[in-house]
Write a protein that binds this ligand. Structure first.
Ligand code: X2X
Length: 348
C-alpha cells in the first residue's frame, strides 16, 4: 500500500479508532511496573501470608494482569528487620505490604494502642476498634505518616508460651527469658511482670528459642502451630489474650498515584475483601463454638492454660503502670475513645 491509500484506510476507520487506545496502553506500560513487591513477615503457611496471597490473586485477576503483585515473606526486602518495614514502604523500597501494627509502632506511635495490655480483650472488643471511629482515625494517622492504608487484617490475639513451666500468675513469669517484638512497650510489659525480655526479630526468635537463649515468646496460636513452636521447646501455652495484633494492607504513595483511579478502586476493594477472608482464617478454631485450634495445640503435647477473668486481673494490675505510661505516648484522648468503643462493642 502506498502512503496515500494508507491515509485513506486510516481515515476510513480502524487506524484512527485504534490510535487513542494505543496511547492509553503505552501510558500504562510506561507507568506500570512489571512487578509490585508485597512485604509480609510470614508466608502462606500462616493466615497472614494467605491473606496477602488472596489480595495478590484478586488484583491479578481483576486487572487482567495489569497489576502483577508478588509476595516477599520473611520481610526479605529489608533483610528480615521487621521494625524497618514502615520506613521502607514510605521510601519505596517496598511497594505494598500487609503489616502488623506492632512492627510499625516505632514509626507511628499511635499504633501502640493495640499493644496496650488488656485493652481489646476479645474479638468483639477488637472489632469495635478497627471497624469504628478509632479504626478510621488510626488509618488517617497512617496516611499522614506517608503510606496509603487500604484495609484491616489480623494476626491474632497474642498468647504467652515458654519451655519451663505453666504460667497462671505474674509470679510464674519471674526471671523467665522472653523474646519480645519490636516495640518498646513489650519490654516494659514483660519487665513489669518480673520477666526478662529481649527484643529481636521473628527470624532471630526461632534459633534463640531452639538454643534456649530465650525460654519463651508471645504470638497467636496460628503462628505457634504453623511455625511448629512445640519443636522449639515451647511446652506451655497460656491463653491470656493480652494483646490483639491487627494487620493493615497498605501501598506506597507513589506506586498508588501511578495507577489509574479505576485500578486503585480494584486494588482497594480487593484488599478489603482479602482482609475479611484473612480475618476469618485467623479466627478459625479460636472463636464461637469452634475452639478446635486449642485442641490442635494440646495434641502436640503442649499444656494449654486458659486464664479466668480473675486470673487476668492479676496481670492487668501488675501491668497498670505500663498502660498509664504508654497512654501518654499514644495520646490520652485516643486511648479514652478506644476504651469507650471497646466497652460499647463488648456490651460491657
Ligand atoms: O514477630 C512476630 O512475633 C510476629 C510474626 O508476630 C510479628 O511480625 C508481629
Amino acid at each position: 500500500m502506498d502512503r496515500r491509500s494508507l491515509l485513506k484506510a486510516g481515515a476510513a476507520g480502524s487506524a484512527t479508532l485504534a490510535a487513542p487506545f494505543l496511547v492509553t496502553r503505552a501510558a500504562h506500560a510506561a507507568n506500570y511496573r512489571a512487578e509490585y513487591r508485597v512485604s509480609t513477615v510470614v508466608g502462606t503457611a500462616f493466615p497472614w501470608g494467605k491473606g496477602a496471597q488472596i489480595w495478590i490473586d484478586l488484583v491479578r485477576e481483576r486487572t487482567q494482569g495489569r497489576i502483577n503483585m508478588k509476595l516477599y515473606p520473611g520481610v526479605s526486602l529489608i533483610n528480615g528487620d521487621q521494625t524497618r518495614e514502615f520506613s521502607a514502604i514510605r521510601q519505596g523500597v517496598i511497594d505494598l505490604a500487609v503489616g502488623s501494627t506492632i512492627n510499625w509502632s516505632p514509626q507511628v506511635k499511635e499504633l501502640n494502642l493495640f499493644s496496650l495490655p488488656f485493652l481489646a480483650r476479645d474479638h468483639a472488643g477488637l472489632d469495635a476498634l478497627t471497624r469504628g471511629e478509632v479504626g478510621k482515625r488510626i488509618l488517617q494517622i497512617v496516611e499522614k505518616a506517608g503510606v496509603v492504608p487500604l484495609a484491616w487484617g489480623e494476626n491474632g490475639f497474642r498468647e504467652v508460651t515458654n519451655s519451663k513451666r505453666e504460667i497462671r500468675t505474674p509470679a510464674d513469669m519471674k526471671g523467665l527469658k522472653f523474646r519480645v517484638v519490636g516495640s518498646p512497650i513489650f519490654n516494659d510489659t514483660f519487665t513489669a511482670l518480673g520477666a526478662n525480655p529481649t527484643q529481636m526479630s521473628w527470624a532471630d526468635a526461632q534459633p534463640a528459642l531452639a538454643s534456649g537463649a530465650v525460654e519463651g515468646q508471645e504470638n497467636p496460636l496460628h503462628i505457634f502451630t504453623a511455625a511448629k513452636l512445640h519443636t522449639l521447646a515451647q511446652k506451655f501455652v497460656t491463653l491470656w489474650d493480652y494483646v490483639a495484633d491487627p494487620l493493615i494492607f497498605v501501598a506506597n504513595r507513589d506506586v498508588w498515584n501511578a495507577w489509574t483511579p479505576a485500578d486503585r478502586d480494584i486494588v482497594r476493594a480487593a484488599a478489603i475483601e482479602a482482609g475479611k477472608q484473612e480475618i476469618a482464617i485467623a479466627r478459625k478454631g479460636l472463636s464461637g463454638n469452634d475452639m478446635s485450634m486449642v485442641k490442635e495445640v494440646e495434641a502436640l503435647g503442649v499444656k494449654v492454660t486458659k486464664l479466668t477473668d480473675a486470673e487476668k486481673q492479676a496481670f492487668e494490675k501488675a501491668i497498670r503502670p505500663v498502660y498509664d505510661k504508654w497512654t501518654k505516648q499514644i495520646g490520652a484522648d485516643l486511648v479514652k475513645r478506644a476504651e469507650a468503643a471497646v466497652a460499647a462493642g463488648r456490651g460491657a
